[in-house]
Design a binder for this molecule. Sequence first.
Ligand code: DQA
Length: 143
Amino acid sequence: MKILVINGPNLARLDIRDSSIYGDLNYGELTSLVQIAAKEHGFDADIRQSDDEATIIGWLHEAADKKLPVIINPAAFTHYSYAIRDAAQMLTAPLIEVHLSNPLSREEFRHTSVISAVARGTIAGFGPNSYVLAIIALKNLIG
Ligand code: DQA
């Protein structure tokens, strides 16, 4: 079964972001790990990244139309994009929000997620394993 994995702004630049917060994997290594974990659990993961809000909204529309499950790391859009939230709300298959870091242990502006309320659940703070745990959660939800 196909799943869409959406990564938001600046996540393609993990190699130059703060490794004490985001870990040591670069974006390519992260996507390989997610791809392998998805396969292990019987999913075909379509993994995408954009710095552009409109592009991410378009991908959510596509997932809604195709009834695809979605794992999303909205990155900084997590904290203020009502447009991404509204698009996410139209999904009919499960949506899981993930974060590499634990935003609740960081600056106050990161303590709010406008996405969480329309997600089935949120997994944060486990580095790349947040994605792997989301894949396992999806498997448990949809078999
Ligand atoms: C992030 C957390 C966000 O607060 C931040 O803006 C990111 C990455 C994470 O994966 O930990 O870009 O979503």
